[in-house]
Design a binder for this molecule. Structure first.
Ligand code: NI
Length: 252
């Protein structure tokens, strides 16, 4: 039986790159910048082949509309998708962990946090910022989404699946904000039916740093670092694969 000539080829279930195809670690200067600023960018964390494959896996997972939700508007009530989020994609696609990207991200995360890689748990989320209508992600600290009453040692690794800049929602960080307390947040516009959180206090973000990246690079930020992304003004969706690395949360 011959293959359908026009059938799209299914994405390979395994990464084209072995976990050790490219070994990246954080050096002393990157550790110093992470401690001082609360974030650091890596220009390359995986191979071109693998980041293209991750984009295919992202597309295949997001094709099932029942597996993700729009965090910028009340459940099921939006006229169009603007800011989609899929939590724990590794449960559906365990091959996301058998990657050069994941091996490097875990190694770097451990180095930046000053911990052994085996001490870190990880969980992923995939994000869609829709073309043209992609909603901004307001200023927030990731820790605001988590259970209060616990102490966290955590950072987020953010891997965009296309080139990113100010037009399609690259990361924007407020340097040094991770050294302050967890600030008050509220649901977007004060509407508890919207998942997205925003700062509920005035903060001077005039010193914020925009971090454009070429595909294949990634940013790492502390769980208390204030960050935001602009809307997507381009004609292409902006896809991202984020992973949180943390020690098990401890009661305060
Ligand atoms: Ni965040």
């Amino acid at each position: 039986m011959s293959a359908e000539p026009h059938a799209p080829r299914a994405a390979s279930p395994r990464s084209p790159s072995a976990p050790d195809a490219l070994v990246v670690d954080a050096g002393p200067e990157q550790v110093r910048r992470f401690r001082e600023d609360g974030f650091v960018a890596f220009e390359r964390i995986t191979t071109d082949e693998e980041v293209a494959w991750l984009g295919q896996r992202w597309d295949a997972l997001f094709a099932d509309r029942g597996t993700w939700f729009d965090v910028s508007q009340p459940w099921g009530r939006g006229p169009e998708d603007r800011l989609g989020q899929m939590i724990f994609p590794e449960l559906r696609a365990p091959e996301l962990r058998e990657t050069c990207f994941f091996a490097n991200a875990r190694r770097i995360a451990a180095r930046l946090l000053g911990l052994a890689p085996e001490e870190l748990e990880a969980w992923g989320h995939m994000v869609l910022k829709a073309a043209r209508s992609g909603h901004p992600t307001p200023w927030h600290q990731d820790e605001s989404y988590w259970k209060p009453g616990f102490e966290y040692q955590a950072l987020g690794c953010w891997l965009p699946l296309e080139d990113v800049n100010g037009d399609n929602g690259c990361m924007c960080f407020l340097p040094g904000s991770h050294r302050g307390p967890l600030l008050p947040h509220r649901h977007l516009g004060g509407d508890p039916s919207i998942h997205l959180l925003e700062l509920d206090v005035e903060v001077d973000v005039s010193g914020a740093a925009l971090v454009p990246l070429r595909i294949g690079g990634a940013t790492f930020h502390h769980s208390r670092t204030l960050h935001s992304t602009a809307g997507n003004r381009t004609d292409r969706p902006r896809r991202a694969f984020a992973n949180e690395f943390q020690t098990p949360p401890r009661p305060r």
